[in-house]
Design a protein around this ligand. Structure first.
Ligand code: BGP
Length: 478
């Protein structure tokens, strides 16, 4: 058997802030992502205090899905997509995050998008918050460092669940909730929690407090969703970056286990409904007395996820004998991180490791025995459109092929329960980390450059026809 089941959810993924546009001249409020400038020539994105005139904010236009959604969804249907993952921009529904009533124009937009998807039998897979907290909540409330933000999130989640209960079955709470473990990199704390952790006396402690409130918000959303529609499948979403020991030196093995704790932390709570012992011990050791109530612990218990959504792009490696400046380490969450000599790296330094996907899926399934859903995997490259309008992205085909092969082994040989696979950035969009258009992931090219120039015209890349065949053959022809 080399085919996956007919009900396997093949598709693509995007996030509201990276492709919708429709920020200016609509009723949408600014989100935390909307106040981030584009980076350029290796310079990181900057988080500005509000929207400042004269600065360039690439997310404001995205690729203008807001006005192209019918054309775009028709292309996804042509690919044979069975699902499409996107997010609901929180600040389109509650522009400031604190309003009493939701914004009807925003709600209607997603009704239109979901109706269009369902017209082609494409199942919407929806992330409630993909780095899209209303800017006002971050600014006025201090984001998830404030317990009140939980209520704001739940009001938003409840509104979405009630409004779309007949249209959406698959949900996820927060995108890559574990990114903020990397709290030294400002954009992760900002986009996950609306907080600049480095401004706090103990940034790590601040991060764990935010993490707790977010975990409570996530569990409460799962509970609320199930009350509204017991048929809902509500998952979490983590960035899965498996860590390898550099050698079989016992100290490397122990280090790998410790490094993986950072990767598992959020997922452990969301899947098991309680804090793992290694975290409790760490809080104790470091003297972190967090605001965690008995009621919170009950909520965590009652709000375990139905499935685990994951992104997979790369693996990392740790070496107990190496200890470097954390800001220069390959993985800035770990000072022992080193380059893996057995894998190649993309132009952006992301380690290409297809077998790591099989390894990760096995590890996760064995740990939790819950269905998994690969909701992001893809290859960022500076694609070139030839004068005749074609884009030959053979390197992307190779990347996806290699990963799909390993995914199939995990399902067909190892017995991992997997709901589906969505290619990240199936239509070119604004890159999250760089804020540029140049780092493209799409099967569909969009004529827009780093400065926002271009016609927004969509064109099929070479990978378009290839992926279409993969889906049509249930993954047999890759
Ligand atoms: C994940 C995010 C996405 C996405 C992707 C690729 O971390 O969930 O939003 O952008 O990574 O990252 P980038 O665009 O920085 O290459």
């Amino acid at each position: 058997m080399t085919r996956l089941n007919k009900d396997f959810l093949w598709g693509g993924a995007l996030a509201a802030h990276q492709f919708e546009g429709g920020v200016i001249n609509t009723s949408k409020g600014y989100s935390v992502a909307d106040v981030m400038t584009a980076g350029s020539a290796g310079r990181p994105r900057r988080i500005t205090d509000g929207v400042i005139e004269g600065e360039y904010y690439p997310n404001h236009m995205g690729i203008d899905f807001y006005s192209h959604y019918k054309e775009d969804i028709a292309l996804l249907a042509e690919l044979g997509f069975r699902c499409f993952r996107t997010s609901i921009a929180w600040s389109r529904i509650f522009p400031k995050g604190i309003e009493k009533y939701p914004n009807e124009e925003g709600l209607q937009f997603y009704d239109d998008v979901f109706d269009e998807l369902l017209k082609y039998n494409i199942e919407p897979v929806i992330t409630l918050s993909h780095f899209e907290m209303p800017y006002c909540l971050a600014k006025e409330y201090g984001g998830f460092l404030n317990r009140k933000t939980i209520d704001c999130f739940i009001k938003f989640a409840r509104t979405c669940f009630e409004r779309y209960k007949g249209k959406v079955k698959y949900w996820m709470t927060f995108n890559e909730i574990n990114n903020q473990m990397n709290y030294r990199n400002d954009i992760f704390g900002w986009t996950n929690s609306g907080v600049h952790f480095e401004e706090y006396e103990n940034p790590e402690k601040a991060m764990y407090q935010c993490a707790h409130y977010e975990l409570v918000a996530s569990a409460l959303a799962v509970k609320t969703g199930h009350e509204i529609n017991p048929e809902f499948q509500i998952g979490n979403m983590i960035a899965m970056v498996p860590v390898y020991p550099y050698s079989c030196r016992p100290a490397d093995m122990v280090l790998q286990v410790q490094a993986m704790h950072d990767k598992w932390f959020f997922c452990d709570v969301q899947c098991r409904g309680h804090y793992p012992n290694y975290a409790k011990k760490m809080f104790e050791r470091k003297g972190y007395e967090l605001d965690i109530t008995q009621e919170d612990l009950e909520i965590l218990k009652e709000g375990c996820v139905d499935y685990i959504g994951l992104s997979y792009y790369m693996s990392n490696t740790v070496d107990s004998t190496a200890c470097r400046d954390i800001s220069k380490a390959v993985d800035s969450t770990n000072s022992h991180s080193v380059k893996n000599p057995f894998i190649h790296f993309s132009d952006w330094g992301w380690g290409i490791d297809p077998e790591g996907l099989r390894y990760a899926l096995n590890m996760m399934y064995e740990r939790y025995e819950k269905p998994l859903f690969i909701v992001e995997n893809g290859f960022g490259a500076a694609d070139y459109m030839k004068p005749d309008g074609t884009v030959e992205d053979q390197y992307r085909i190779e990347y996806l092929r290699a990963h799909i092969k390993e995914m199939k082994k995990a399902v067909l040989e190892d017995g991992v329960a997997l709901l589906g696979y969505t290619v990240w950035g199936c239509i070119d969009c604004v890159s999250f980390t760089t804020g540029e258009m140049e780092k493209r992931y799409g099967l569909i090219y969009v004529d827009r450059d780093n400065e926002g120039r271009g016609t927004y015209k969509r064109s099929k890349k070479q990978s378009f026809e290839w992926f279409k065949k993969v889906i049509a053959s249930d993954g047999e022809i890759i």
